[in-house]
Ligand binder design. Structure first.
Ligand code: PNS
Length: 168
């Protein structure tokens, strides 16, 4: 049985991530999505919230585990009994940093192999940071995320400005 770990920030999860998870599921017997909790990084959603949004965005009964992790992704993968790390590639520009990570990960844990899945054409432009920016500036992102994530974004980024006093 080949188990694969798909690590990432997922801040928040979008349809590009879900497509990678779905395709990983069709290839590997077990898929664990690893949500990185890096205290040095400022996230819009906490690790618990990101895990929860992923769980609620995945189809029910899809048999995908979602776990939070901190530290090295390869260590998390090895701890889960996985021999594969899955990463999605949107365009060739992703490859520079992904190649570097894959080689470093192999050096750290030679028994864990990185497998790249190319994203669906419709998601090539999608990234969590871009969709947060677009949403915060009033753009519509409903097609890029699940309704659960759209609601969470609305609550977090467009909460009524009740605390701001009105002049006069
Ligand atoms: O979704 P992201 O932010 O592109 O995911 C990046 C991630 C989480 C896969 C990468 O930053 C990572 O693996 N971080 C964990 C720490 C680690 O293993 N660092 C060494 C990478 S060679």
């Amino acid at each position: 049985m080949t188990a694969a770990v798909y690590p990432g920030s997922f801040d928040p999860v979008h349809r590009g991530h879900l497509d990678v998870i779905e395709r990983a599921r069709s290839i590997f017997e077990r898929v664990v999505v690893g949500v990185l909790d890096n205290p040095q990084k400022a996230y819009l959603f906490s690790a618990e919230e990101r895990v929860e949004l992923l769980r609620r965005s995945l189809p029910p009964g899809g048999d995908v585990d979602v776990r939070r992790f901190s530290g090295l992704a390869v260590r998390f993968a090895a701890g889960e009994g996985a021999t594969v790390i899955v990463r999605g590639l949107r365009q060739t520009s992703d490859l520079d940093s992904e190649f570097q990570m894959a080689l470093m990960n192999r050096r750290l844990e030679p028994g864990v192999h990185t497998v790249f899945l190319t994203t669906a054409f419709a998601n090539v432009y999608l990234s969590s940071s871009l969709l947060k920016e677009v949403f915060a500036l009033g753009g519509a992102v409903d097609e890029m995320v699940t309704p659960e994530v759209a609601t969470a974004l609305r609550t977090r980024l467009r909460a009524p400005a009740a605390a701001v006093p009105t002049p006069g």
